[in-house]
Write a protein that binds this ligand. Structure first.
Ligand code: OOG
Ligand code: NI
Length: 411
């Protein structure tokens, strides 16, 4: 559905696959250190944005049917330099075996119309009424999703029906947009207009994974697809890939009819769907994050502050590694970073908001609380802590080798 509707996404997937083949030819099996080529080729994340706790709960039921759990929370209202009136979580598989097969993730953001740093109380109330009056997911879709979760799957016909209804729900609606309402929301934030300006949500990007993002960036530029001005996340540096590096092409203008105040329908356009690509590296421990989060995006600063080998990162306790026993010797394997980075997410949002969208935090009203617990409460289920998941995976690997000491591990 997405490739058919957003042709540049098809070009991105094609380019990612040819870059991955090139890296496999160049680096051999080392290219698969952070995931098999099958996993990396299948790997995608997408993003949706919703308007309320109730809507978050609905999309959570759909993702639960697909084996995706909420992991982590990201408060983008404090993002610098452009605060955004949203908080986010990511739905994804959490079991290592499921991640190895297909780690599909959905970055999911919820608008906070109650936050008076962005919305006046009067506008916030109108946003809440507009959101409460719409139906994001069809009752039939939710019914099938709940059954799939309860019964660990559906028969073929109903599984196909569920996926078809889910695709319909995430396609861009052709319904005219109320121009005045859209403009009023755009003055607060492009994200607010995208979320609350219409009566549906839509998949706003889909991101393949690539093994060499610098090469991908050049190839896309050669194809004439204009990428945002840089790669978000860590710099390219001499040591192992860590965390997440991402880049995107700007949302393309798409025709969308607009309804004027006098009821006339005119041609208009929106820029709400884009393409993004990511390269994943090793997950860092809390100690590793506190080193790296304080570093500038500069290869020399990274080389000065961090060991330049996997063994060095492991010995310093900066990154997560599992162990396994092969022929009586312990081998370490890096744990892939499966989550997101709030600063990069804010950068991706920012580069894809409509021109002129303010995203300002006007007043100095107190922030309403929208933390991890709030997201869990809205979803009615536990939100997993990413660090706890990595730690548990590493502990399980040590338990499986009989809890042997950490000395003498080789790559
Ligand atoms: C989500 C932007 C964040 C990422 O990869 O960090 C994101 C959105 O635009 O809704 O997808
Ligand atoms: Ni993304």
């Amino acid at each position: 559905m997405y490739a058919a509707e957003v042709p540049a996404y098809g070009a991105l997937v094609e380019t990612a696959q040819s870059v991955n083949a090139e890296v496999m030819a160049r680096d051999g099996s080392a290219a698969e250190r952070l995931g098999s080529l099958d996993r990396v080729t299948a790997e995608r994340h997408g993003a949706v944005r919703v308007g309320s706790a109730a809507e978050l709960a609905q999309v959570g039921r759909l993702f639960a049917a697909l084996g995706m759990e909420p992991v982590g929370s990201y408060d983008l209202r404090e993002a610098a330099p452009t605060p955004l009136p949203i908080v986010s979580t990511a739905f994804r598989p959490v079991e290592p075996s499921e991640l190895a097969t297909n780690p599909f993730r959905m970055f999911t953001s919820v608008l906070v119309p109650e936050d008076e740093r962005f919305f006046t109380p009067e506008l916030g109330a109108r946003v809440r009424r507009a959101i409460a009056a719409r139906t994001l997911l069809a009752p039939r879709l939710l019914q099938l999703a709940d059954r799939a979760t309860a019964e660990s799957g559906l028969g073929d016909d109903e599984a196909v029906e569920l996926l078809r209804l889910a695709c319909d729900a995430l396609a861009l609606s052709g319904e005219p947009v109320d121009r005045g309402w859209h403009d009023e929301l755009s003055a607060v934030s492009g994200v607010a207009a995208d979320i609350a300006g219409g009566t549906s949500t839509h998949l706003n990007h889909l991101t393949p994974r690539v093994l060499d993002i610098d090469l991908l960036y050049d190839r896309m530029s050669e194809r004439g697809i204009e990428m945002i001005d840089r790669i978000q996340g860590p710099p390219r540096w001499a040591g192992p890939d860590v965390l997440l590096r991402q880049t995107s092409f700007r949302a393309l203008a798409e025709a969308r009819s607009m309804r004027a105040a006098d009821g006339r329908i005119t041609a208009g356009e929106v820029r709400v769907r884009f393409g993004e690509v990511e390269a994943r590296g090793i997950a860092l421990t809390p100690a590793g994050r506190s080193v790296v989060d304080a570093l500038p995006r500069d290869a020399d600063a990274w080389a000065a502050a961090l060991p330049s080998t996997e063994g060095g990162l492991d010995d310093a306790g900066l990154a997560w590694f599992t162990v396994s026993e092969v022929a009586g010797r312990l081998h370490r394997a890096p744990v892939v970073y499966e989550d997101f980075l709030p600063a990069s997410a804010a950068g991706i949002f920012r580069s894809n908001l409509d021109d002129g969208a303010a995203s300002s935090a006007p007043g100095d009203a107190p922030a309403v609380v929208r933390d991890h617990d709030w997201i869990a409460g809205a979803l009615g289920r536990e939100v997993r802590d990413p660090m706890a998941l990595y730690a548990a995976q590493v502990e399980a690997s040590w338990a499986a080798v009989g809890g042997r000491g950490r000395g003498g591990v080789s790559a």
